[in-house]
Design a protein around this ligand. Structure first.
Ligand SMILES: [Zn+2]
Length: 369
């Protein structure tokens, strides 16, 4: 829990990886095309991959966290990792470790001697330590600093993954996603965990989520939630003083499913999300390296944006918003001192004729100082 007037750290994470499906179909001969599509997001309409995304993040003064799958070196060599990592470092964004176990069975010289598996959790603890060591070495060889955070490919981690991370000196994991808990994700946390918690020797930073219908959930991925849902979820996190909000994206997230052209809706959504994070005094663009998440006691901060967005936000937010925005004081400051935030809010709202009352309430919450 963070104090009154404090901010919610927003971790905007981008899993950065080549396509193993593309590799199955086209092999080594297709690696260049795989890199162009999966990493650069290349289409006839232009590039929408990590270079484009970093450009947009820079335009809003935000930091992205790029989880780079370095196990691709098993089929594409260190040079491929270098080509992915160096532009991220040069642009000043955060590089952390991602690992897709699918590559392991494709090289006898790898950390599991060619033994394959779909997920990290398919391997015993000692193997997972070796896989992580190999991944770290690839990042360091590309010039990245020692990673402080990890995400397993497909969210396919278990508690042994966390123990292995502790052994190799990586303090944070963000492989826990409630949508995959109990299936591919074997980390044994209560399903609704939203706050960073200490678990199996590391700080687990769950992927954020909103409640879905019938007790389900939907994780905070850029293609999975509408702009309205994402903004409402951020507003709810800020309103409830949640210390961390973790968003998932991919290097190819802004492309259509066939990866042949940009998905203009998602491209706009990415910009909109950046603008809201950059403009809100209640949110802060954070990285694991510079703003390490602080674990909360187990069972604290366990709260998703409930399924009925409108009813919940109206109920919990309206009073706070009206006190905050239209009372004599805003968080202890005279209204005049908080005026710049309102100008930003008005600028955000004004051009969007289609804003629903719910979106206005969510933006009001985010723009209140
Ligand atoms: Zn991945």
């Amino acid at each position: 829990m963070i104090g009154q007037g404090a901010t919610t750290n927003v971790y905007l994470t981008v899993d950065t990886e080549l396509s193993s499906l593309h590799f199955r179909r086209h092999g080594v001969a297709g690696l260049e095309a795989n890199f162009a599509s999966s990493i650069l997001g290349r289409t006839e309409a232009g590039d929408f991959g990590i270079l484009y995304q970093m450009e947009r993040l820079d335009a809003f003064g935000l930091k992205g966290i790029f989880f780079v799958d370095t196990l691709v070196a098993l089929v594409a060599g260190q040079e491929m990792v270098d080509r992915i990592v160096r532009p991220i470092l040069e642009a000043g964004h955060d590089v952390q470790l991602h690992a897709h176990a699918e590559w392991l069975g494709r090289s006898k010289s790898g950390p599991t001697d060619g033994r394959g598996g779909r997920n990290m959790a398919d391997f015993p603890l000692e193997d997972q330590v070796r896989i992580l060591d190999y991944g770290i070495e690839r990042l360091l060889a590309a010039g990245a600093p020692m990673p402080v955070a990890f995400r397993a490919g497909n969210y396919g981690a278990n508690d042994d993954t966390l123990r292995a991370l502790a052994r190799v000196g990586i303090a944070c994991d963000t492989s826990y996603s409630p949508d995959y808990a109990g299936s591919v994700c074997g980390i044994t946390l209560p399903r609704e965990t939203t706050a960073p918690v200490l678990h199996a020797g590391v700080i687990e930073v769950p992927v954020s989520a909103i409640a879905g219908p019938s007790g389900g959930s939907r994780h905070a991925q850029i293609t999975a939630l509408s702009a309205q849902e994402m903004i409402a979820a951020l507003a709810y996190a800020a309103l409830n003083h949640q210390a961390a909000f973790t968003i998932v994206s991919h290097s190819f997230e802004l492309l259509c499913r066939q990866r042949t052209r940009p998905n203009r809706i998602v491209v706009r959504r990415f910009d909109r999300l950046c603008e809201v994070i950059a403009s809100s005094p209640r949110l802060r663009s954070a990285t694991y390296a510079d703003d390490p998440p602080r674990p909360e006691p187990a069972g604290e901060g366990v709260d998703w944006l409930p399924h009925s967005l409108a009813r919940t936000l109206v109920r919990t937010g309206e009073q706070a918003v009206s006190n905050g925005l239209y009372g004599e004081q805003v968080a202890g400051m005279p209204v005049s001192a908080a005026a710049p935030a309102f100008t930003v809010r008005d600028r955000l709202i004004a051009p969007l004729q289609t804003l629903t009352p719910l979106q206005q309430i969510a933006l009001d919450i985010l723009m209140a100082v």
